[in-house]
Design a binder for this molecule. Sequence first.
Ligand code: DC
Length: 224
Amino acid sequence: MQYKSIAVDGPSGAGKSTMAKRLAAALGYLYVDTGAIYRTLGLYALRSGAAPTDPSAVTALLPQVSIRMDYADDGLQHMYLGDEDVTEAIRKPEVSVAASQVSAIPAVRDFLLDMQRDMARRNNVIMDGRDIGTVVLPNADVKIFLTATPEDRARRRLAELLERGNEVDFDTVLADIIARDERDTKRSAAPLRQAEDALLVDTTGNSLEESFDALLRTIRERLE
Ligand code: DC
């Protein structure tokens, strides 16, 4: 059977995961959060004492790291580092930074590519990340590039972090978003960019709710 795939790319805090999760539920597809995979490796680097910015130190960790993705009974994606469920631990702000840093290393991207493609070989997927439409699934059936201004994204990310009990303020979150945008778009290995055939969706000023219905309609049309 030929499975369908939908790629959702865009910068941090654009609402990719909320949107992709809801679209996946509406379509009956598996939601794959690829950022969680980079976050798990970022967490491993931090715990191992390897500087996430040091390509040779991080590359040396790859043969020994065990990263696994699994779906719990509730349908949610869980990440495992060895036997430990790190689904919550990878959401800490310091892990966001480490994930962005390790993701700029070409050997890391090669190492994690197959895990991502394998999910799409075995399921109908809606996959979110930075390079899904350009590198991971260049033949995806539908490609979406979701974006919003840095300020809008920082507001969304701040609400998320506060809800998880993190003590952060708006200016710190905005500075982190701007620094991550810079790193994710300027790196030479699979930088964040809109695929030529991707549909651009700018959610600035809109609630994700408002964008959702229109996007679901468009996706259904394109899938036919
Ligand atoms: O989507 P996220 O914020 O959880 O991703 C964390 C970091 O991982 C992000 O700053 C860039 C990197 N990433 C990537 O380079 N490629 C992907 N497909 C997904 C995430």
